[in-house]
Design a protein around this ligand. Sequence first.
Ligand SMILES: N[C@@H](CCC(=O)N[C@@H](CS)C(=O)NCC(=O)O)C(=O)O
Length: 249
Amino acid sequence: MQPLVLYDTTSKLSGNQWSPNPAKPRFVLSYKGLPFVTVWVEYSEIATVMKSIGAKQIKRSDGSDAYTVPVVSDPNTGAVITDSLEIASYLERTYPEKPIFPNNSEALIRAFNSEYMSLINPAIGFLYGRTAEILSPDSAKFFIEVRSKDFNLPWDEFTSEGPKREAQWELLEKAYNTVYDWYQKSNGKWIMGDTFSYADIIVTCFVLWYKRVMKDDEWARISSWNGGKWVQLLTDVEKECNLALKTVT
Ligand SMILES: N[C@@H](CCC(=O)N[C@@H](CS)C(=O)NCC(=O)O)C(=O)O
């Protein structure tokens, strides 16, 4: 079998990775034990590189088209797939061993994904601010333009400290209290009890993003929430997928 190719976006951090959406297929590929290599692309180069490999575009919130990562290209089938959820779906259909949508749960996990994103989306503006700090100058410039346009907000809304920042922290904590309540209804460590699934990967990849871009005191704050649930989940998912950060190449 030839290795699949995962297109991810790079940073100044050691180990490169930071971005939550490309982290999802990395966890899936590793969980399923599929061979893969990562191509690290500067944020400012995503459109050029994705266009050159014939990737599809997705719609931005304003309806315009955009080239994004993750993209997975599979030389075994010729498929080139854009969008983390579509990649998960493709990998499950094509390589069904070690299911990530167990018990026919893809439809429910798609609904879970929407609900999780609508909980955290209003709370993560300052994480975009932190992200710009770990990108190269060209990528940071592009990232700032794209995100300001996407949210129709001036960039200082993403970076200013003070009461607005605290309000976002409160929203974020509230969001994770809700997700914690969901986990409390499960009788195992995963959202589906003892059965690991893509839903746990979705939750974890955002936690991983926070860990990668936040200042130490900010990460300590998240680590203290819900009895340390989010650090534990990250550790558990990395172990389940044989993918601790140190192994990322
Ligand atoms: N729904 C998409 C979102 C992908 C996405 O927004 N990717 C960002 C990096 S995390 C990107 O490539 N942005 C490029 C741009 O906005 O120009 C997915 O889950 O794959």
